[in-house]
Design a protein around this ligand. Structure first.
Ligand SMILES: [Zn+2]
Length: 231
């Protein structure tokens, strides 16, 4: 609250990613620009998860994050028009970096044999990633980290791994690893060895000051981890 209070502007993801914090943003928007960076996304750019809800994890399709960057540029210029030229310049330079990142991810994923392009994680954060770069994505926990997984989810996932001979499954920095370990144990009992392919950043970036503490570093880390484990 203190950090939000002291900010000149607030950018957040939107699409209900922030859950109940939406009420706080609503309140803050009376005092300062408070912007969901996904506000200009079009219906056909979003993954539907139910009749009324969209998958909020848009940042894992780098092409979509370029759209979000555009919203940030637009709002910065609206708030501080004197520095418009600088915001434009920074935006254009950043877009070049994102386009390069997008190409990198695709080239790396293409190195994984096609029948191994399956990404199994604790919760369903990688739908856009899979859709954009060509991986099947399975999450144990569904889209929401608050929803509890049950023993049926563990059994279903175990069967899926055994039947499809999937070699690696990934843990996430922001989700407890208990569930994933239960699946690995279950598969082991059936004689199928599944390894932890590494830790992915899903709903949170790494520590500030590390490579994974930036958006580009996080996406590269995830991609390198996935490709290394599945190749
Ligand atoms: Zn999530």
């Amino acid at each position: 609250m203190k950090t939000l209070d002291s900010a000149d502007m607030i950018f957040y993801n939107g699409l209900h990613l922030e859950g109940k914090m939406a009420d706080i943003f609503e309140m803050m928007s009376k005092d300062k620009p408070t912007i969901a960076v996904t506000e200009d996304f079009k219906e056909n750019q979003l993954r539907k998860v139910s009749a009324t809800e969209h998958d909020p994890h848009v940042w894992f399709d780098v092409k979509l994050w370029i759209v979000a960057a555009e919203a940030v540029k637009k709002e910065l210029i609206a708030k501080d028009p004197d520095n418009e030229a600088e915001y434009r310049e920074n935006y254009e330079e950043y877009v070049l970096q994102l386009e390069e990142l997008d190409k990198y991810v695709q080239e790396e994923i293409n190195k994984v044999p096609e029948d191994q392009r399956v990404l199994v994680t604790a919760h369903d954060a990688f739908g856009y990633y899979g859709q954009s770069y060509g991986l099947d994505v399975r999450g144990l926990q569904g889209i929401n980290t608050l929803s509890e997984y049950g023993s049926k989810d563990v059994t279903d996932m175990r069967n899926y791994l055994v039947e499809n001979k999937i070699k690696a499954i990934f843990i996430e920095s922001s989700v407890p690893r208990k569930a994933i370990e239960a699946v690995i144990q279950g598969a082991g009992k059936q004689g199928h060895k599944v390894e932890i392919g590494g830790e992915l950043f899903s709903d949170a970036m790494g520590e500030r000051g590390t490579e994974e503490g930036t958006y580009i570093g996080m996406v590269r880390h995830n991609t390198d981890t996935i490709v290394h484990a599945l190749k």
